[in-house]
Write a protein that binds this ligand. Structure first.
Ligand code: CDP
Length: 220
Protein backbone atom coordinates (compact mmCIF):
# COMPACT_ATOMS: atom_id res chain seq x y z
CA UNK A 1 0.00 0.00 0.00
CA UNK A 2 1.47 3.43 -0.89
CA UNK A 3 2.37 5.68 2.00
CA UNK A 4 -0.31 8.00 3.30
CA UNK A 5 -0.14 11.79 3.34
CA UNK A 6 -2.08 14.18 5.55
CA UNK A 7 -1.85 17.79 4.31
CA UNK A 8 -2.13 20.66 6.80
CA UNK A 9 -2.21 24.06 5.07
CA UNK A 10 -2.97 27.57 6.24
CA UNK A 11 -1.62 31.10 6.68
CA UNK A 12 1.31 32.15 8.88
CA UNK A 13 1.00 31.35 12.59
CA UNK A 14 -2.34 29.59 12.20
CA UNK A 15 -1.08 26.83 14.51
CA UNK A 16 -0.15 24.47 11.67
CA UNK A 17 3.35 23.55 12.85
CA UNK A 18 2.52 22.63 16.43
CA UNK A 19 -0.66 20.83 15.40
CA UNK A 20 0.99 18.93 12.52
CA UNK A 21 3.92 17.89 14.72
CA UNK A 22 1.64 16.56 17.48
CA UNK A 23 -0.65 14.83 15.03
CA UNK A 24 2.31 13.10 13.38
CA UNK A 25 3.58 11.89 16.78
CA UNK A 26 0.14 10.61 17.71
CA UNK A 27 -0.34 8.72 14.43
CA UNK A 28 3.33 7.59 14.21
CA UNK A 29 3.70 9.46 10.91
CA UNK A 30 6.73 11.60 9.93
CA UNK A 31 6.28 15.31 10.29
CA UNK A 32 7.39 17.59 7.42
CA UNK A 33 7.66 21.38 7.70
CA UNK A 34 7.66 22.43 4.03
CA UNK A 35 8.12 26.12 4.89
CA UNK A 36 11.49 25.25 6.48
CA UNK A 37 12.80 24.40 2.99
CA UNK A 38 11.82 27.80 1.56
CA UNK A 39 13.28 29.38 4.67
CA UNK A 40 16.50 27.34 4.25
CA UNK A 41 16.99 28.59 0.71
CA UNK A 42 16.31 32.21 1.77
CA UNK A 43 18.79 31.77 4.65
CA UNK A 44 21.51 30.31 2.41
CA UNK A 45 21.04 33.08 -0.17
CA UNK A 46 21.38 35.73 2.55
CA UNK A 47 24.35 33.93 4.12
CA UNK A 48 26.18 34.14 0.78
CA UNK A 49 25.51 37.88 0.70
CA UNK A 50 23.21 37.52 -2.28
CA UNK A 51 20.00 39.29 -3.21
CA UNK A 52 16.87 37.30 -2.26
CA UNK A 53 14.73 39.41 -4.63
CA UNK A 54 16.76 38.32 -7.66
CA UNK A 55 15.58 35.04 -9.27
CA UNK A 56 19.00 34.65 -10.94
CA UNK A 57 20.85 34.84 -7.63
CA UNK A 58 18.37 32.65 -5.76
CA UNK A 59 18.27 29.99 -8.49
CA UNK A 60 22.04 30.02 -8.73
CA UNK A 61 22.23 29.43 -4.96
CA UNK A 62 19.71 26.60 -5.27
CA UNK A 63 21.76 24.99 -8.05
CA UNK A 64 25.01 25.21 -6.06
CA UNK A 65 23.86 23.90 -2.72
CA UNK A 66 23.83 20.24 -1.76
CA UNK A 67 20.68 19.27 0.15
CA UNK A 68 20.40 15.99 2.07
CA UNK A 69 17.29 14.76 3.83
CA UNK A 70 17.25 12.57 6.93
CA UNK A 71 14.85 11.43 9.60
CA UNK A 72 15.24 12.49 13.25
CA UNK A 73 12.81 12.74 16.18
CA UNK A 74 9.86 11.70 14.03
CA UNK A 75 10.47 14.41 11.41
CA UNK A 76 12.06 14.63 7.98
CA UNK A 77 14.85 17.23 8.27
CA UNK A 78 17.58 18.52 5.99
CA UNK A 79 21.14 19.75 5.80
CA UNK A 80 22.45 22.30 3.33
CA UNK A 81 26.10 21.71 2.44
CA UNK A 82 26.46 19.51 5.51
CA UNK A 83 24.91 21.98 7.98
CA UNK A 84 21.44 21.93 9.49
CA UNK A 85 20.15 25.49 10.02
CA UNK A 86 17.65 25.64 12.92
CA UNK A 87 17.07 28.93 14.80
CA UNK A 88 18.68 30.88 11.93
CA UNK A 89 15.78 30.17 9.58
CA UNK A 90 13.27 31.77 12.01
CA UNK A 91 15.10 35.14 12.12
CA UNK A 92 13.33 38.32 11.07
CA UNK A 93 15.63 38.74 8.05
CA UNK A 94 14.71 35.27 6.74
CA UNK A 95 11.00 35.79 7.53
CA UNK A 96 10.89 38.98 5.52
CA UNK A 97 12.81 37.49 2.55
CA UNK A 98 11.13 34.07 2.35
CA UNK A 99 7.88 34.96 0.56
CA UNK A 100 9.63 36.49 -2.45
CA UNK A 101 11.94 33.46 -2.67
CA UNK A 102 8.93 31.12 -2.42
CA UNK A 103 7.11 32.99 -5.22
CA UNK A 104 9.79 32.08 -7.79
CA UNK A 105 8.49 29.32 -10.09
CA UNK A 106 11.91 27.63 -10.41
CA UNK A 107 12.16 27.45 -6.63
CA UNK A 108 8.69 25.95 -6.32
CA UNK A 109 9.40 23.26 -8.91
CA UNK A 110 12.52 22.12 -7.04
CA UNK A 111 10.99 22.23 -3.55
CA UNK A 112 7.80 20.48 -4.72
CA UNK A 113 9.91 17.62 -6.09
CA UNK A 114 11.86 17.32 -2.82
CA UNK A 115 8.58 17.21 -0.90
CA UNK A 116 7.03 14.56 -3.17
CA UNK A 117 10.13 12.38 -2.84
CA UNK A 118 9.75 12.38 0.96
CA UNK A 119 7.11 9.63 0.79
CA UNK A 120 10.10 7.28 0.78
CA UNK A 121 10.41 8.04 4.52
CA UNK A 122 6.94 6.62 5.25
CA UNK A 123 3.52 8.06 6.08
CA UNK A 124 3.66 11.86 6.31
CA UNK A 125 1.92 14.77 7.97
CA UNK A 126 3.10 17.68 5.84
CA UNK A 127 2.34 21.30 6.63
CA UNK A 128 2.54 24.28 4.31
CA UNK A 129 0.62 26.53 1.95
CA UNK A 130 0.07 24.37 -1.15
CA UNK A 131 0.36 20.80 0.10
CA UNK A 132 -3.27 19.83 -0.53
CA UNK A 133 -3.57 21.91 -3.72
CA UNK A 134 -0.28 21.34 -5.58
CA UNK A 135 2.24 19.08 -3.84
CA UNK A 136 -0.13 16.21 -2.99
CA UNK A 137 -3.48 16.95 -4.64
CA UNK A 138 -4.44 13.30 -3.98
CA UNK A 139 -3.52 13.47 -0.25
CA UNK A 140 -5.54 11.09 1.92
CA UNK A 141 -6.73 13.91 4.19
CA UNK A 142 -6.52 17.69 3.80
CA UNK A 143 -6.92 20.25 6.54
CA UNK A 144 -6.82 24.01 6.29
CA UNK A 145 -6.21 25.78 9.59
CA UNK A 146 -7.01 29.43 10.05
CA UNK A 147 -7.31 31.89 12.95
CA UNK A 148 -8.07 35.59 13.28
CA UNK A 149 -5.17 37.95 12.44
CA UNK A 150 -5.08 39.15 16.08
CA UNK A 151 -4.83 35.61 17.44
CA UNK A 152 -2.12 34.69 14.92
CA UNK A 153 -0.09 37.78 15.81
CA UNK A 154 -0.41 36.98 19.53
CA UNK A 155 0.77 33.41 18.98
CA UNK A 156 3.76 34.39 16.84
CA UNK A 157 4.69 37.15 19.30
CA UNK A 158 4.66 34.64 22.16
CA UNK A 159 6.90 32.31 20.12
CA UNK A 160 9.40 35.05 19.28
CA UNK A 161 9.66 36.78 22.65
CA UNK A 162 11.39 33.91 24.53
CA UNK A 163 14.09 33.87 21.81
CA UNK A 164 14.89 37.48 22.66
CA UNK A 165 13.31 38.97 19.55
CA UNK A 166 11.49 41.82 21.29
CA UNK A 167 8.96 42.42 18.55
CA UNK A 168 5.71 44.12 19.52
CA UNK A 169 2.40 42.48 18.63
CA UNK A 170 1.46 45.14 16.07
CA UNK A 171 4.73 44.80 14.24
CA UNK A 172 4.35 41.00 14.20
CA UNK A 173 0.81 41.37 12.86
CA UNK A 174 1.86 43.64 10.01
CA UNK A 175 4.76 41.33 9.09
CA UNK A 176 2.41 38.28 9.04
CA UNK A 177 -0.18 40.14 7.00
CA UNK A 178 2.36 41.29 4.46
CA UNK A 179 3.58 37.68 4.07
CA UNK A 180 -0.03 36.43 3.76
CA UNK A 181 -0.70 38.99 1.01
CA UNK A 182 2.38 37.85 -0.93
CA UNK A 183 1.59 34.15 -0.38
CA UNK A 184 -2.07 34.52 -1.45
CA UNK A 185 -1.38 36.86 -4.36
CA UNK A 186 1.46 35.04 -6.11
CA UNK A 187 0.89 33.47 -9.53
CA UNK A 188 2.39 30.04 -8.77
CA UNK A 189 0.77 27.83 -6.11
CA UNK A 190 -0.83 30.64 -4.08
CA UNK A 191 -2.15 30.01 -0.58
CA UNK A 192 -5.75 28.88 -1.10
CA UNK A 193 -8.16 26.34 0.34
CA UNK A 194 -8.31 23.03 -1.56
CA UNK A 195 -11.89 22.26 -2.58
CA UNK A 196 -11.78 19.01 -0.64
CA UNK A 197 -10.04 20.41 2.48
CA UNK A 198 -11.66 20.47 5.90
CA UNK A 199 -11.39 23.99 7.29
CA UNK A 200 -10.81 24.44 11.03
CA UNK A 201 -10.88 27.88 12.63
CA UNK A 202 -8.44 27.53 15.52
CA UNK A 203 -9.24 30.92 17.10
CA UNK A 204 -9.92 30.27 20.78
CA UNK A 205 -9.04 26.56 20.55
CA UNK A 206 -6.05 25.02 22.28
CA UNK A 207 -3.51 23.01 20.28
CA UNK A 208 -4.78 19.81 21.91
CA UNK A 209 -8.36 20.59 20.94
CA UNK A 210 -7.33 21.09 17.30
CA UNK A 211 -5.21 17.91 17.28
CA UNK A 212 -8.09 15.93 18.81
CA UNK A 213 -10.48 17.30 16.18
CA UNK A 214 -8.16 16.39 13.30
CA UNK A 215 -7.33 12.96 14.74
CA UNK A 216 -11.07 12.28 15.08
CA UNK A 217 -11.70 13.30 11.48
CA UNK A 218 -8.72 11.30 10.17
CA UNK A 219 -9.74 8.19 12.09
CA UNK A 220 -6.63 8.28 14.34
O1 CDP B 1 5.56 29.13 10.20
P1 CDP B 1 5.02 30.18 9.30
O2 CDP B 1 3.57 30.00 9.09
O3 CDP B 1 5.44 31.56 9.69
O4 CDP B 1 5.67 30.04 7.89
P2 CDP B 1 6.37 28.78 7.24
O5 CDP B 1 5.43 27.63 7.18
O6 CDP B 1 7.69 28.59 7.87
O7 CDP B 1 6.58 29.30 5.74
C1 CDP B 1 7.42 30.38 5.44
C2 CDP B 1 7.10 30.87 4.04
O8 CDP B 1 7.42 29.85 3.08
C3 CDP B 1 5.64 31.22 3.76
O9 CDP B 1 5.32 32.56 4.14
C4 CDP B 1 5.56 31.02 2.25
O10 CDP B 1 6.04 32.17 1.57
C5 CDP B 1 6.51 29.88 1.99
N1 CDP B 1 5.86 28.58 1.85
C6 CDP B 1 5.29 28.27 0.64
O11 CDP B 1 5.28 29.10 -0.25
N2 CDP B 1 4.75 27.04 0.43
C7 CDP B 1 4.76 26.12 1.39
N3 CDP B 1 4.24 24.91 1.15
C8 CDP B 1 5.29 26.42 2.66
C9 CDP B 1 5.83 27.67 2.87
Amino acid sequence: MPNRVIAVDGPAASGKSTVARKLAAQLHYRYVDSGALYRGLAWKTLALGRNTASPEEVLDTLGMMKVEFFEADGAVRYRIDGYEPRAEIRSESVSSAVSSVAAMPGVRTAVTQWLRDMVRFGNLVMEGRDIGTVVFPAADMKFYLDASPEERARRRHAELTPTGDAADVNRVMSSLQSRDRKDSGRATAPLCIAVDAQVIDTTGLTIDQVVAEIAKRSGG
